[in-house]
Write a protein that binds this ligand. Structure first.
Ligand SMILES: Cc1ncc(COP(=O)(O)O)c(C=O)c1O
Length: 489
């Protein structure tokens, strides 16, 4: 059986003229992007159909399923976003109850909105990085057990593992607990498509017993942006419902370029997985070793960050903020990080990085470290101290475990009439929007939850410290407004 790409190349090189979509007709004169379109088709005879796969797409999905050891694998052309929406919609009835990690991606909250779900939150354990600040870590299996015992009506548990920063939960234990209660475990492993594919990598949720696992193959493997896969295991998930929702949430014109990109990516791992992941592990090892003597910066250790793709360049004892590390790496060393946390910049590495790229990163970290020692960057340090950044790094409230009380579920609050009020007057009122501290993007408050004085104070501190708070409107004169429900007052 040929790969999707080989079939598309046959079509490109053959004599079949396209009187069908897409409108560019694979014509090299169809605009400046035409060079990228010569294998871009839609469903035509003999080319299978993602929404009812029985030919080349089914074969490609089977190759992926074998690689991961899944019962069934589906290609996604609308990212892990469409996988999360479909998984949650298939696993939980409309208006049903779902137990979720509060650190879930916004796709989960959007699924809760669309399907009118009630959510009960799990609080991932906070981990102190020695010398640095706190990270949102793994989900505690005991908490999963407690929440399941308290919420008989819950139909599923949804957790994120590995996290954005590369921390994995004990999926085997959590899956066993969920199955003891006959509940579905969905693992958003958008950042873990590479896990389990080499003996030096942490285990993949697919083989650890999760019922549905979602991977963004575009995040840590060599596949095009927007590509993802969804795996199903066992009998708990109704596969027909899952297929139905995959059809609903995905384009009716799935891109063959994207699908063939997933297929090629899987093929490359089959052929060169050992080399690719061996290379990744060597890169991570080299970065850790080469920067081990740095005084002001350090790389978060593998004991905390088990995913080798995640390199957290951390400030020791608040020597500098994560945002400054991010800015300096980007502007002065021309290295683009993935994101900035309060005490670190997150760099993603994969087995597809070049040696030169990795050497540049090592050299930049060592050089920056010396500059901090030589006080070249320390001027900012005192300014940051003045702005209270040190306090925030050390203060545990950056990641709250006490969630505000919810008066309404998200779907009710988002669809109720709302108004903008000054945040100082919001105490006791019901939020009409998400307010997120980004990163890590965990909602401080969700629509339907009640503002407390403490929360308003904390949000003010985050903004004063120049952290990225989403969901607060700050006007030119410095007024801070938030959305609250009209009807609840
Ligand atoms: C944990 C998590 N889940 C899901 C998604 C959505 O993935 P995609 O961008 O592939 O739609 C993301 C994206 O960053 C994510 O971080």
């Amino acid at each position: 059986m040929k790969t999707i790409k080989e079939e598309l190349e046959n079509l490109r090189d053959g004599d079949l003229y396209p009187f069908h979509m897409p409108g560019h007709k694979r014509n090299p004169d169809a605009g400046s992007m035409a060079g990228y379109m010569d294998i871009d088709i839609t469903e035509i005879d003999d080319y299978d159909n993602l929404h009812d796969a029985e030919g080349m797409i089914l074969e490609a999905q089977k190759r992926a399923k074998r690689l991961y050891g899944a019962d069934e694998t589906f290609f996604l052309v609308n990212g892990s976003t469409s996988g999360v929406l479909s998984a949650v919609s298939a696993a939980v009835s409309e208006g049903g109850l779902l137990i979720v990690g509060r650190n879930s991606h916004k796709a989960l909250y959007n699924a809760a909105y669309l399907r009118k779900l009630e959510l009960r939150y799990l609080s991932p354990v906070r981990v102190k990085v020695p010398g640095g600040g706190f990270l949102m870590g793994a989900v505690d299996p005991e908490e999963v057990e407690k929440k399941l015992a308290e919420n008989e009506k819950a139909e599923a548990v949804f957790i994120t593992s590995p996290t954005y920063e590369g921390i994995s939960s004990d999926i085997r234990k959590i899956a066993d607990i969920c199955h003891k209660y006959n509940k579905i475990l969905i693992v958003d492993a958008a950042h873990g498509a590479h896990l389990g594919l080499h003996e030096g990598l942490p285990l993949n949720a697919v083989t650890e017993g999760a019922d549905i696992v979602i991977h963004s193959v575009h995040k840590t493997l060599a596949s095009m942006t927007q590509t993802a896969i969804l795996h199903v295991q066992g009998d708990l998930v109704n596969r027909d419902r899952l297929r139905r929702f995959l059809r609903i949430y995905q384009s009716s014109s799935p891109s063959y370029v994207l699908m063939s990109s997933i297929d090629s990516c899987i093929g490359d791992i089959e052929k060169r997985g050992d080399e690719i992941f061996g290379g990744l592990l060597e890169y991570k090892d080299r970065i850790l070793k080469e920067t081990a003597d740095c005084k002001n910066l350090f790389i978060a250790p593998a004991g905390i960050i088990s995913d080798p793709c995640k390199v957290l360049v951390c400030a020791r004892d608040s020597a500098i903020t994560g945002q400054r590390i991010y800015d300096i790496l980007r502007l002065e060393y021309r290295l683009q990080p993935e994101m900035a946390g309060d005490f670190y910049a997150l760099m993603i590495i994969t087995g597809y990085d070049t040696k030169d790229g990795i050497e540049r990163l090592i050299a930049a970290i060592k050089d920056m470290d010396i500059r901090i020692t030589n006080e070249d960057i320390v001027k900012e340090k005192s300014e940051l101290k003045k702005a209270g950044i040190n306090d925030i790094t050390e203060k545990e409230s950056v990641i709250n475990t006490e969630y505000p009380k919810a008066l309404f579920p998200i779907y009710k609050a988002w669809d109720t009439e709302r108004e903008m009020v000054d945040i100082t007057t919001a105490s006791g009122r019901v939020s009409g929007e998400f307010i997120n501290l980004y990163p890590p993007g965990i909602p401080l408050i969700a629509p339907g939850e009640i503002f407390t004085k403490q929360m308003i104070h904390d949000i003010g501190e985050y903004i004063n410290a120049d952290m990225n708070v989403q969901g607060v409107c700050i006007s030119g004169n410095g007024d801070r407004k938030v959305s609250v429900l009209k009807s609840a007052d």
